[in-house]
Design a protein around this ligand. Structure first.
Ligand code: MLT
Length: 409
């Protein structure tokens, strides 16, 4: 009898976005004439920019010649890409981060999912509520929680992020070892200021806690008081890992490339209290379980940092942020209250008349043929909310906006 990891049985039926895809497919099959527009999963609609495509073509040619062919690459990523990241994302912003503190990977989703492996299963975690489900589900799988009771996992410190607290999580009351923070936030589309985040860094230092900071959406920030990197806060390198991605920033959702920063002074502890650098543990994990991102993809990612690459991706980002404005305006016209959409490509709306999130999903799909994401899928504090993304094309976003503005709620 082969025993399974029973922690998996604690998880609700299926992953949120798989559940939505299934419901959408069933609706399309029953209504083949309906022109369904997706403002659901945060997947980009703009193709890879020319600078990236050209770099990938050149890299593909190199791979076809014996003299320039590349087999296994370094597990941590090629130095040319890690140097480009260090220089452009950090050093040029006054943050002293070395290229060898950067780990290139196939996605921020995999990294935020896998990073918990290097911590003890006895660590207590805190997550924002609502939350990107990957942080929580992977800790459930690892056995760091109890059972799912009335919408919450036992043993987890939930940090409510609601309109009442401006979506800024309060510091935990109980003892916590690991905290997941996401800013600009998925799903609420709101973002933390320098002062908000400084409180967290100071708290983590005082409590020997580690912050897992997901900043996959930093390129969408438009306001000056919003933090782009947690390392802008003094002392953050001693307490925080930062995750970033080319997915939304440069259209790599299908190409796959991301990066995680693990500063060398960031420590965890043995039971005897001996400090151990997390950098070394993560390096050991990656070299054992991961063989790196394809050379062609890394050359494409490097080109994101070229002058042309930057100009081209910024054009796409601003187009998505214009979509966000279009959606916000339509929601206003429909009389709905909405948050986010200014420093992030997500809009978080309050469902009308206390309608629950899934009922609103059904209403939007059946009456307007629009797919969104029910807030409750991100946690109990998401009940009564609904997420729309700004990642569709301007044309389809405008069509969707017109349909929403014309709806009766
Ligand atoms: C989302 O819609 O929340 C994202 O696309 C999910 C992800 O980045 O994995």
């Amino acid at each position: 009898m082969t025993l399974i990891n029973e922690n998996y049985l604690k998880l609700p039926g299926s992953y949120l976005f798989s559940q939505i895809a299934k419901k959408t497919a069933a609706f399309k099959e029953a209504n083949p004439q309906a022109e369904v527009i997706s403002l659901g999963i945060g997947d980009v609609s703009r193709p890879l920019v020319p600078a990236v495509v050209e770099a990938m073509h050149r890299a593909a040619d190199e791979m076809g010649r014996a003299e320039t062919f590349h087999g296994y690459g370094p597990e941590q990523g090629y130095a040319f890409l890690r140097q480009a990241i260090a220089q452009n994302d950090y050093v040029s912003c006054g943050i002293d981060l070395q290229a060898d503190e950067i780990f290139v990977s196939d996605g921020a989703k995999s990294d935020v999912a896998n990073f918990q492996e290097i911590f003890s299963s006895s660590c207590r975690i805190a997550i924002q509520n609502p939350v990107y489900p990957v942080y929580l589900d992977t800790n459930v799988m690892a056995g760091r929680t109890g059972s799912f009771v009335e919408g919450l996992f036992e043993g987890v410190e939930y940090l409510p992020c609601t309109a009442e607290n401006n979506f800024v999580p309060a510091l935990p009351k109980a003892k916590v070892d690991l905290v997941y923070l996401c800013s600009p936030n998925n799903p609420t589309g709101t973002a933390l200021t320098y002062d908000d985040l400084k409180k967290w860094v100071d708290w983590a230092k005082a409590n020997q806690a580690v912050i897992l900071y997901d900043s996959a959406y930093e390129a969408f920030i438009t306001q000056p008081n919003i933090v782009r990197s947690i390392y802008e806060i003094p002392g953050a390198k001693e307490v925080a890992v930062e995750f970033r991605s080319f997915s939304k920033t440069a259209g790599f959702t299908g190409t796959r490339c991301a990066y995680t920063m693990v500063p060398k002074q960031l420590m965890g502890y043995t039971r005897q209290g001996q400090a151990v650098a997390l950098h070394g543990l993560w390096l050991r994990r990656q070299t054992t379980k991961f063989n790196g991102v394809p050379y062609i993809v890394q050359r494409g990612a490097e080109a994101v940092f070229s002058a042309e690459g930057q100009a081209q991706i910024k054009e796409n980002i601003s187009l998505y942020m214009q979509n966000a404005q279009v959606i916000l305006q339509a929601l206003k016209e429909a009389g709905l209250q909405a948050f986010g959409g200014v420093n992030a490509p997500y809009i978080w709306l309050k469902t009308p008349q206390g309608m629950d999130s899934w009922a609103f999903f059904d209403k939007l799909l059946t009456q307007a043929h629009i797919v969104g994401t029910p807030g409750v899928g991100f946690g109990s504090c998401g009940e009564g909310f609904f997420r729309l993304t700004a990642f569709n094309t301007p044309q389809l976003t405008q069509q969707a906006a017109a349909r929403i503005a014309a709806m009766q709620f």
